[in-house]
Design a protein around this ligand. Structure first.
Ligand code: ADP
Ligand code: MG
Length: 255
């Protein structure tokens, strides 16, 4: 573990039900400061719902979520969302706002105006030139848009970075490059990062700790090394089998 030992995030029997569907079923979990955690599982297993309880895009029906020892239900929303950077699955840039305005929206909602130089600095963190601030989202590629999504999530100097399938819509080369960049930023800023992905290979390569969700529960909690060496149970191993058989098939092609 790369963490310092303090628990940044604590879920205590968190439950969320929609009509007849139990999206999250009594999840208890602690996430250590400085760790990079991947949350993996099939579609519908509850990953997005669990992530959204942290910044209160979803209010749990039962249980509590604590961020830095405070129940998130008691923290004013602008302050909470400023401390918790969030990268949306669907990118979620506002189409009628420039890139710079998109990046500055979180601090603006919390009553702070970001300077032009700060916006340029955030763009540089995601390897884009400062001049991109004046562009509109529709002028950018998917990869560039998702870089803006990451810059926006970092704009409030968050301590916690949440990402919901951030790279799912990107081509493999862009996806790999942006994944590494995010991992570097995580390290550089001493962030705690939770990344939802349905891609076990991505989880194994980027994270320190991999949580596997199924039916609203965490069914495995392992290091990438332990998973690759067979730990975590049947559901986790079913997910690990995919990149493993791909790696084996590639190796078989080697001369
Ligand atoms: P994942 O992100 O792992 O694909 P979700 O957290 O989005 O899963 O969904 C978990 C379950 O909760 C699914 O069965 C989904 O259909 C249901 N669900 C999620 N959000 C809502 C909602 N707003 N209304 C009704 N059902 C929902
Ligand atoms: Mg989801």
């Amino acid at each position: 573990m790369t963490g310092s030992g303090a628990m940044v995030l604590q879920f205590d029997r968190v439950t969320k039900t929609y009509d007849t569907v139990t999206a999250i079923n009594a999840v208890s979990l602690e996430i250590e400061s400085g760790s990079f955690v991947a949350l993996v599982g099939a579609s519908g297993s509850g990953k997005s719902t669990l992530l959204k309880t942290v910044n209160r895009l979803v209010e749990p029906g039962g249980g509590s979520v604590r961020f830095e020892d405070e129940d998130v239900a008691t923290v004013p929303l602008p302050a909470l969302r400023r401390k918790v950077g969030y990268v949306f699955q669907s990118i979620g840039l506002f189409p009628h706002m420039s890139v710079g305005e998109n990046i500055a929206i979180g601090p603006r909602l919390a009553g702070e105006k970001l300077s032009v130089s700060r916006i340029a600095e955030l763009l540089e963190l995601v390897e884009l030139d400062g001049s991109y601030a004046n562009r509109m989202p529709h002028e950018l590629s998917g990869g560039q848009r998702q870089r803006i999504g990451v810059a926006r999530a970092l704009a409030g100097d968050p301590r916690l970075l949440l990402m919901d399938e951030p790279f799912g819509a990107l081509d493999p080369v862009t996806r790999d490059a942006l994944g590494r960049r995010v991992r570097d930023l995580h390290q550089e800023f001493g962030l705690t990062t939770v990344m939802v992905t349905h891609d076990m290979a991505e989880a194994l390569l980027l994270a320190d700790r991999v949580l596997v969700m199924d039916g609203g529960q965490i069914v495995a909690d392992e290091t990438p090394r332990a998973l690759v060496n067979g730990s975590g149970g049947a559901i986790a191993q079913g997910l690990v089998a995919v990149p493993r058989s791909q790696a084996d098939a590639l190796e078989a092609l080697e001369e």
